[in-house]
Design a protein. Structure first.
Ligand SMILES: Cc1cc2nc3c(=O)[nH]c(=O)nc-3n(C[C@H](O)[C@H](O)[C@H](O)COP(=O)(O)OP(=O)(O)OC[C@H]3O[C@@H](n4cnc5c(N)ncnc54)[C@H](O)[C@@H]3O)c2cc1C
Length: 396
């Protein structure tokens, strides 16, 4: 067994979250090692949609997505063209009057918080997106939301970390972490003052007991149809089924890529751990898309794939010190928002490691919210984690 030099920080996992953490830490002068089993930007980062989106499910979710979106906007001009960042805006589509009321409530909530957005009538929506089905009630346009190509961003962030002095260890699987040590599957050991666990949906495999479950998703990509849609399109309908206890769900979510291709999503499944395409889920996802874009079935799909989100019971990520090992920090559990929130997460991790105050409150994301003491305080003596909220469809 070989033992390395002592790093300030070892980041386990080179998806977008790990790469962003490595870069943020290296930028602050820390001596960083980034360890990735496959290629940089694999895992959910390679499977995700790359919608950079502000969300309003909770104040904490809003704070992290909004902060991250601003970080995306500031880094965007310096990103290479391969990262395909574009500020497309999100159209939250209302199918009927009830959903239009939800759009108006969202509009008021965002406007109070200075998020640039506007309501589109049926006619305005049709003008913006002529391929949408006629007769939809309208939409909320959230203007600053963006689109990126996540694997190339992860690679770029890792390369930036390397230019700041970080060591990239690619092709090495982490076998165990803890007590200032990362043991690789070839038996070699990396020592670090602090270890950041950024293994996405695989995090609980190395740290059993942390409240992260795999949540499978499917995506389809089409051939090139430039201009077929112009914004990220998402249905608001998920609000109606928000109290469904079903673990499988699909929602209309379509993204225009810079190549002219359309990325079509999305699905959510708990308990499906195999990566194979699930035909009934795929069919119902495409049928849902056809309700909103009736011509979509005539487009040529060229690839379908699946990926696993790292889901937590309260739909917020785990960012901060592990509760039992002081050398370990968690940066995982980002579910369907980890591309968006990677940059904000990295800043919070780097703030913790350099004892800096953060731009947003860190408490809502701390792993300590799941300790029995904290659960006693908030839920009485019942220590069962409540996953029912994680089963809700987030619409993205
Ligand atoms: C279908 C789908 C659509 C999505 N759409 C969006 C979206 O539009 N917007 C958005 O913000 N988010 C989206 N997400 C979520 C987003 O993709 C994830 O939250 C994000 O990629 C998580 O990044 P990560 O770095 O934490 O994890 P991952 O990307 O999974 O990275 C973990 C890395 O750790 C590595 N690893 C695992 N085990 C080991 C080990 N033992 N040793 C070494 N390395 C290891 C993996 O190879 C991987 O590279 C989507 C996800 C899915 C599945």
């Amino acid at each position: 067994m070989s033992v390395s030099e002592m790093y300030d920080v070892a980041v386990a996992g080179g998806g977008i979250v790990g790469a962003a953490c490595a870069y943020a830490c290296a930028r602050r002068g820390l001596n960083v090692a980034l360890i990735e089993r496959d290629v940089l930007g694999s895992g959910a980062t390679a499977a995700g949609m790359g919608h950079v989106v502000v969300m309003d499910d909770s104040d904490a979710q809003f704070a992290l997505t909004r902060y991250s979106q601003q970080l995306w906007k500031s880094i965007a001009p310096t990103l290479p063209a391969s990262t395909e960042y574009e500020q497309r805006g999100t159209l939250w589509i209302a199918a009927d009057r009830e959903e239009m009321e939800a759009a108006e409530r969202k509009f008021a909530w965002y406007s109070e918080r200075d998020v640039s957005c506007r309501i589109l009538t049926t006619r305005e929506l049709q003008e913006e997106e002529p391929n949408l089905a006629p007769g939809l009630a309208g939409a909320l346009l959230v203007c600053e939301d963006g689109v990126v190509y996540p694997p190339t961003v992860a690679l770029e962030l890792a390369r930036r970390a390397e230019r700041q002095g970080a060591t990239l260890l690619v092709g090495h699987a982490v076998h165990s972490v803890g007590q200032n040590r990362v043991v690789l599957d070839n038996g070699s050991e990396i020592r670090a003052h602090r270890i950041v666990l950024a293994l996405g949906a695989d995090s609980a495999r190395l740290r059993p007991g942390i409240p992260v479950r795999k949540r499978k998703g499917h995506l389809v990509i089409t051939d090139r149809y430039p201009g077929y849609v112009r914004h990220q399109l998402v249905e608001l309908g998920y609000l109606k089924s928000a109290h469904s206890v079903s673990t499988d769900s699909v929602a209309f979510n379509v993204q225009p890529r810079q190549t002219g291709q359309l990325l079509i999503g999305s699905s959510r499944q708990f308990g499906a751990e195999h990566p194979q395409v699930d035909q009934p889920i795929l069919r119902s996802m495409l049928a849902r898309a056809a309700v909103y874009l009736p011509g979509i079935m005539r487009l040529k799909a060229i690839r379908v794939w699946t990926g696993f989100r790292a889901s937590t019971p309260d739909k917020l990520p785990l960012i901060g010190p592990d509760t039992s090992d002081p050398s370990l920090l968690l940066a995982t559990g980002h579910e369907g928002l980890g591309i968006t929130t990677s940059l904000g997460t990295a800043e919070l991790i780097a703030d913790i490691l350099t004892n800096q105050t953060s731009a947003i409150a860190r408490e809502p994301y701390l792993p300590s919210r799941y300790t029995p003491e904290h659960q006693d305080h908030t839920q009485g003596e019942n220590h069962e984690l409540d996953w029912s909220h994680a089963g809700l469809d987030d619409g993205i």
